[in-house]
Write a protein that binds this ligand. Structure first.
Ligand code: 6PG
Length: 467
């Protein structure tokens, strides 16, 4: 028994993470039924790394130090259950299993309970950063038993991305806390990707800017206080030419977006918890709409938009667009963190939002300079109900909301769909409304369904015969 850590599933993510672990002087063993993948592990490892690959579950478990720490990197769903079951006969009480995939959080809760009955600790851990992140430093979001985490901590802290020396990993909470936080991370990821695509659409179809101007805009934003991984890769993507045709590669890519479902889960669960996350909802909606290619082609010949050239692009649009983008980004994180806050009490996770902001600063897909500000906000006010109520952020929103309005109006006049921009502005305007028109909805509910209402001028529950 000489190996410190085990990885099951030696696909791209599993292999890279295992090699990362081995780089940090932990002896790592890998299990995969595919002998080719086991072989790839041996050839890719550095000479000094202590790595062992095997196709035998019995041998894999046998070589691991106890209590064992074994991480699964297999597709979410049934594959996780069968991987667990294949190891179970060889495990001992106190061993720790970690699911590093994008598993649905209720599946994790079920596995935690089932395995606890056998004395085995089960962790759900979100890992973000793709292939490169896994190899060089991902952001990791573990949840599970707090004491058992101590066995994992040295390995995770060594392999995670670092920001100012701090590892982008921390114990987040009990049960499925880690998977839940990763799910919301992906919801935010969807929303920011949608927002960036709207900026691109406005500049391209709306303002008819040149490829260079569009590319430079993203590059400039990324070199400013807005700096983020998603802006960085967008600026890179918009430089890439197709070698055969010489045109921008992105222009040759089909516009039908796919999804594995994590963004949709975020929206679905937000609705269950009655937390408004309208920008995430619109991001999921636009991916869905994009799939209706044939109908869109038909509709493009039948349904009219504004007259071409019917809208003037104002001279200050560069600054307005940048501020509008910043405005929306803040509201997107505000929605994600608000969902985490509610989920934490609904599911008893015990999340600390400052810690979540801290480990999202590096390694993950939604890393951005703004996370420093969000971390500071939750550090000053751990019970802040919404990021928009932070003094610094509210000051900023107060300053730039006129630019968000200008961009939304322009999008409307140009006929460019901008649901993420619109939803963030509506969220902001709704949130800052002391009075909403939902009094009328209450009256209507009482009118047709005798659902009753409360009054603002006296206590009690009321029903009126309206007609
Ligand atoms: C990450 C990503 C990753 C996710 C992909 C695909 O943090 O590294 O969130 O986990 O699976 O981005 O997501 P979709 O296929 O749903 O777009």
């Amino acid at each position: 028994k000489q190996y410190d850590f085990g990885v099951v599933g030696l696909g791209v993510m599993g292999r890279n993470l295992l090699l990362n672990i081995a780089d940090h002087h932990f002896a790592a063993a890998g299990l995969d039924l595919d002998a080719e993948k086991v072989k790839a592990l041996e050839t890719e490892k550095k000479d000094e790394a202590v790595v062992k690959g095997t196709t035998s579950a019995a041998e894999f478990v046998e070589v691991l130090k106890t209590p064992r720490a074994i991480m699964f990197l297999v597709p979410a769903g049934k594959a996780v259950d069968s991987a667990i079951n294949s190891l179970l006969p060889f495990l001992n009480e106190g061993d720790i299993l970690i699911d590093g995939g994008n598993s649905y959080f209720t599946d994790t809760d079920r596995r935690v309970t089932e395995l606890a009955a056998k004395g085995i600790h089960f962790f759900g851990m979100g890992i973000s950063g793709g292939e490169k992140g896994a190899r060089l430093g991902p952001s990791m979001m573990p949840g599970g038993d707090k004491q058992a985490y101590e066995r994992l901590r040295p390995v995770f802290e060594a392999v995670a991305a670092k920001v100012n020396g701090d590892p982008c990993v921390a114990y987040l909470g009990s049960g499925s806390a880690g998977n839940y936080v990763k799910m919301v991370h992906n919801g935010i990821e969807y929303a920011i990707m949608q927002l960036i695509s709207e900026v691109y659409d406005l500049m391209k179809r709306g303002f008819r800017w040149s490829e260079t101007d569009i590319q430079k805009t993203f590059e400039e934003w990324n070199n400013s206080e807005l700096s983020s991984f998603l802006l960085e890769i967008t600026a890179e993507i918009l430089k890439k030419k197709d070698p055969d045709t010489g045109t921008l590669l992105v222009d040759l890519i089909s516009d039908q977006a796919r999804q594995k479902g994590t963004g949709k889960w975020t929206s679905q669960n937000a609705m269950d918890l009655q937390v408004p996350v309208p920008v995430i909802d619109s991001a999921v909606m636009m991916r869905d709409l994009s799939a209706y290619k044939n109908e869109r082609i038909e509709a493009s010949a039948m349904l009219n938009g504004p007259q071409e050239g019917g809208a003037d692009v104002p001279a200050g649009i560069q600054t307005q667009l940048k501020n509008a983008y910043y405005f929306s980004v803040i509201t997107i994180y505000a929605q994600g963190f608000a969902q985490l806050k509610t989920a934490s009490s609904a599911y008893s996770y015990g999340l600390d939002l400052k810690t979540v902001a801290a480990i999202w600063r590096g390694g993950c897909i939604i890393r951005s300079a703004s996370l420093e500000t969000f971390m500071r906000a939750f550090s000053d006010q751990p019970v802040l109900p919404n990021l928009m109520l932070d003094r610094e952020l509210s000051g900023l929103l107060n300053q730039i909301h006129p630019d968000s309005r200008a961009v939304v109006k322009l999008a409307v006049d140009l006929g460019v769909p901008a649901p993420a921009f619109m939803a963030s502005l509506a969220y902001y305007d709704g949130y800052r409304s002391k009075d909403l028109p939902t009094n009328l909805i209450q009256a209507q509910r009482d009118y047709f369904g005798a659902h009753q209402y409360q009054r603002t001028d006296r206590e009690g529950i009321f029903h009126t015969i309206w007609d």
